[in-house]
Design a protein around this ligand. Structure first.
Ligand SMILES: Nc1ncnc2c1ncn2[C@@H]1O[C@H](COP(=O)(O)OP(=O)(O)OP(=O)(O)O)[C@@H](O)[C@H]1O
Ligand SMILES: [Mg+2]
Length: 260
């Protein structure tokens, strides 16, 4: 187990801090409660790249949803950048989500009828950013993830990897401190998955924290820290030297028809 750190960088506030974080679901008829997550205590510094692993049903998504302020704990405390989110109103939680967090899902969750630009504009609509600035920022963010030529393609007109990059641009466009990703490469082939990991690593080097859930050790090796869950408990928490996704990508045999 990792020692819970004295903060490494001269006492900065952790990005995430939990104490005894617990989420139990009420039982169905006559059953016991489901202990989806039990007593998780950890601190993650800003700019970390963390993988959460564990078997199906071990509590990974439950943990991610709590960290993402999409769900509330049954017990325990959670601070996001020093702010205790447990007692906040739904409005304030939504505000924190939109300002501090970006979400990426296995199935992309894009609006099917909207083009890439419009999908990426949406989080700014909710924040009241004016249309023209929205367009500019959405286009610039899409360009930054390599989709500058695809602004007006709808999701069905994009490959899986391109759709995931639109989703990542959408997650990034409000300048989050932390990207939360649940199986972000789960629907992608190996090469495309590596491209997404290379993008995450580049974002991470620019200071954005990444917390991703994955079943796949091949994906987890790109993180600098690995959390392991089992039966709702955090059973291991270890730092590691991350593999370099761009290098892994370069080492793959040449692909057919891949745009770089
Ligand atoms: N809304 C819910 N109501 C009741 N039980 C739930 C609910 N959501 C999750 N659970 C239970 O909590 C436990 C943890 O679920 P969770 O979705 O966090 O697992 P996971 O590690 O993400 O699994 P997977 O790898 O399959 O996505 C499981 O036993 C699950 O059945
Ligand atoms: Mg899950």
């Amino acid at each position: 187990m990792r020692d819970t750190p004295a903060l490494p960088d001269g006492g900065g506030t952790p990005l995430i801090e939990t104490e005894g974080l617990t989420r139990h679901y009420p039982a169905g008829e006559g059953g016991a409660v489901v202990a989806a997550l039990s007593d998780v205590t950890l601190a993650i510094p800003p700019g970390a790249m963390v993988a959460a692993m564990g078997p199906s049903g071990s509590g990974k998504s439950t943990f991610l949803n709590l960290i993402g302020c999409l769900d509330r704990p049954t017990r325990g405390a959670y601070r996001l950048m020093g702010e205790a989110v447990g007692q906040l109103s739904p409005d304030r939680l939504a505000e924190i989500r939109s300002r501090r967090l970006g979400f990426v899902f296995q199935s992309f969750n894009l609006l099917p009828r909207a083009d890439a630009l419009h999908n990426v504009e949406l989080p700014m609509v909710y924040r009241g950013v004016r249309r023209r600035l929205r367009r500019e920022r959405a286009a610039a963010t899409l360009a930054a993830v390599g989709l500058g030529e695809r602004l007006h393609h709808r999701p069905s007109q994009l490959s899986g990897g391109q759709q995931q990059r639109v989703a990542i641009a959408r997650a990034l466009v409000n300048g989050p401190d932390l990207i939360l990703a649940d199986e972000p490469t789960g629907a992608l082939d190996t090469r495309t998955g590596l491209e997404i990991m290379a993008l995450f690593q580049a974002l991470n080097r620019s200071g954005v924290g990444v917390l991703m859930v994955t079943h796949d050790p091949e994906v987890a090796r790109f993180a600098s820290r690995v959390l392991r869950f089992r039966d709702g408990r955090l059973v291991a928490d270890e730092d590691q030297a991350p593999a370099d996704a761009a290098a892994a990508l370069a080492a793959l045999p040449a692909a057919q028809g891949m745009a770089a």
